[in-house]
Ligand binder design. Structure first.
Ligand SMILES: [Zn+2]
Length: 226
């Protein structure tokens, strides 16, 4: 009975991770959702780019504030905008594999997942052959399925999050800033979006929240490597 209860609990955890609100960072799955240094730090991560409008704007904002972030790249857009991928790397940011076509991996076999992740990493590698190895993977929709084990086999850590602010339905920059201000917790990986659609509000919110959080004693970090 005890074993059955554990299985049910794990199923619940994975079910929560698949929802849009918040991923579980359950250690048993190996999914990282914390920063490298902990304490009063946060790690900004951006999904679903590169986006020809907003990713370059975001890069300028991050450079202005001297913040390094992680970009979870959508393979189709990598192939369409390789120059932006080169810019991301040239600015010193960290790359993350976010699959080729942003499909739900929840029911996929390990073989199918591996083929997709390899294809995505190869597309990124073609855009930036000189980039460091891709260390992170994030499943679209937080629907991990069997992907963490596959990613680990390919040398990538699975990257979850502790805070996301539903910026895929832009509610206004003020509201995004409020959600960030009220949602950050020590050591949190924060999920934002620079693609695939208009993310001007996200870029503006990042521009405003960075100095505000810094004034409150927060520092910007990268995701943990464990
Ligand atoms: Zn995504």
């Amino acid at each position: 009975m005890r074993w059955r209860a554990v299985v049910l609990t794990t199923g619940l955890v994975l079910g929560l991770a698949a929802g849009p609100a918040q991923a579980s960072g359950a250690d048993e799955t190996g999914i990282i959702d914390s920063t490298r240094h902990g304490g009063r730090t946060v790690a900004l991560t951006f999904d679903d780019g590169p986006n020809p409008e907003d990713t370059p704007r975001l890069l300028r904002v991050l450079r202005k504030h001297h913040v390094k972030a992680t970009f979870c790249l959508w393979g189709d857009f990598v192939e369409q905008h390789p120059g932006i991928v080169r810019s991301i790397v040239a600015h010193g940011h960290v790359l993350c594999n976010h699959t080729m076509h942003h499909e739900d991996l929840g029911t996929w076999t390990p073989e199918r997942i591996e083929a997709d992740l390899r294809q995505t990493s190869a597309a990124i590698r073609r855009a930036v052959p000189w980039a460091p190895p891709i260390r992170y993977f994030r499943a679209p929709y937080g629907s991990w399925g069997q992907s963490p084990a596959v990613a680990a086999k390919l040398g990538m850590r699975s990257l979850g999050w502790r805070l996301t602010i539903s910026d895929w339905e832009p509610p206004g920059t003020d509201e995004l800033v409020r959600r960030l201000r009220e949602g950050v917790t020590p050591g949190a990986v924060v999920l934002l979006h620079d693609g695939p659609d208009d993310r001007a509000q996200t870029v503006e919110a990042v521009d405003r929240i960075i100095p505000e959080l810094r004034a409150g004693g927060w520092r910007f970090d990268l995701p943990a490597r464990r």
